[in-house]
Every structure is written in structure tokens, then in C-alpha cells.
Write a protein that binds this ligand. Sequence first.
Ligand code: NAD
Length: 247
Amino acid sequence: MAKTALITGGSQGIGAAIARRLADDGMNVAINCLDEYNRDTHGEAVAAECRQRGVEAECFIADVSVHAQCDEMIKAIKERFGSLDVVVNNAGITADGLLVRMKEEQYDKVIAVNQKSVFNICKFAGAVMMRQRSGRIINVSSVAGLYGNPGQFNYSASKAAIVGMTLTAAKELGPRGITVNAVAPGFIKSAMTDVLSDELKEKILAQIPLGHFGQVEDIANTVSFLASENASYITGQVIVIDGGMMM
Ligand code: NAD
């Protein structure tokens, strides 16, 4: 039976690339979309691309920062596909600003979407996987969570927390045959980074030994590996994918 993968924030950017890649790997794909607008403008096209690869694919609406919506979504995916084998916690936002000027809402929103979402999804998906006695959870952190980044106090906090969550979930869920790992991208070309100024992009580029920004497929390929049989003895790891930027 084909495996089923959930990708949060799977309607564009890195999440959409992961959805296509896992579909290439033969998995049925549940694409989480924030709302109906996001589903209609982006999600459905990604689902169609996945179906063209010969698997089943469907969009599931949920704001992953909302506990109850995640519960409902995981139930709906299990009902639709029969199992939930791979979960990629990819949904994320930025709301950059210097620490001393950062508004409370700016902090709370980023923590809710980037960090609490991982709790929400790991809790409900973890329960399904524990009953199955198998599963793969892959969390999308960031080099900002490992090394810090000026202007991203909120984002760095959320992405560092994801590392602790990954390690704890790996220890709790490992005995039930579930692996939990994280990827920490550096600078990847997507809507999230397109908004940065050319000046900042040039500065960042100068720090990347491989001499170019990452592509969304670079992250999708590593997620594919972590979700595969080849990675069955890897758990509790954080894989940095940054072209050597932070070494
Ligand atoms: P993106 O802005 O293109 O995609 C983010 C996705 O998250 C979108 O599909 C959006 O709809 C979804 N999303 C936002 N809030 C949501 C919510 N409350 N509920 C459900 N979905 C929600 O950005 P991206 O670059 O593709 O980022 C994907 C992940 O990779 C994020 O977690 C981001 O922090 C991480 N990341 C990106 C980079 C980079 O350089 N692009 C670097 C490090 C980490």
C-alpha cells in the first residue's frame, strides 16, 4: 500500500517542492493549506502536479497554529488515506524587526505559526504513528535557529525550539519505530527570501562557499532521503543545508 505524507504549508515554495518530491517517491500526498484562498490559488495546482506523478493528492485546510484545526486535519487525512506515514512540518512565516523595536504580536505570531504548529502536528500525528508503530517526522528548522540572525529574534527562537522538539520527540517516539529529524536550510530562493533587498542578498551570497543560493529542491531531496528506507536508522538529527554558509 502506498504511504501517505502530510506537508504543512505545502502549497508553495519549499513545501510544494517536498510534495512533488514525495509524490515522485510514490507517496500519496496531503497538502496542508492555510485557508480556502490559499488552496484555490496555490494548493490545488500542487495537488494536480502530484497526481500527474501517479499518486493520490488532496488539499487539507488548517491554520497549523490552531490546536483544534490540526486535530481535525489529522483525523481527516487518516480517514481519507487510511494511514499517515510521513509528516513534514514545513509551514512557517517571518515578521522581522530588531529586538528592541519588536512588537509583542510580531513575536507571538511567529512563535504560534512556526513553533506551536510543530507541537500541534507532532502531538496528533504522533498518536496515529504510535498506533501504527511506524512513521517519519521531519521538521523544518533554519540556520537562524542554530546560529542566530540579527532582525530575527522571534524567528530564531521558533526555529531553535524546533531543534529541542525534534530531539525530545525522537526520544519519546523512537521506541515505537518513529524517526524524528530536522532540516535547517540556509538561504533558499522562495517567496520568503525574495522580499529581501538586493544589497542583503549580495552580502549573504558572499558568505556561501558554493557560490549560489539554494533551490527548493535541495531541501526536498534531503526530506525525501529522511523519509526513505535508507534513513531508517537516523533519528534526532539536524541536517544543515546551506551551501556551507555557516561552517
Ligand atoms: P513560503 O513563504 O514560500 O512558504 C511558507 C508556507 O507556509 C506557505 O505555503 C504558507 O501558506 C504556509 N503557512 C504560513 N502560515 C501558515 C499557517 N498558519 N498554517 C498553515 N500554513 C501556513 O516560504 P518557504 O521558503 O517555502 O518556507 C518553508 C519553510 O522553510 C518555513 O518553515 C521557513 O521558515 C523554512 N526556511 C526557509 C528558508 C529560506 O531561505 N527560504 C530558510 C530556512 C528555513
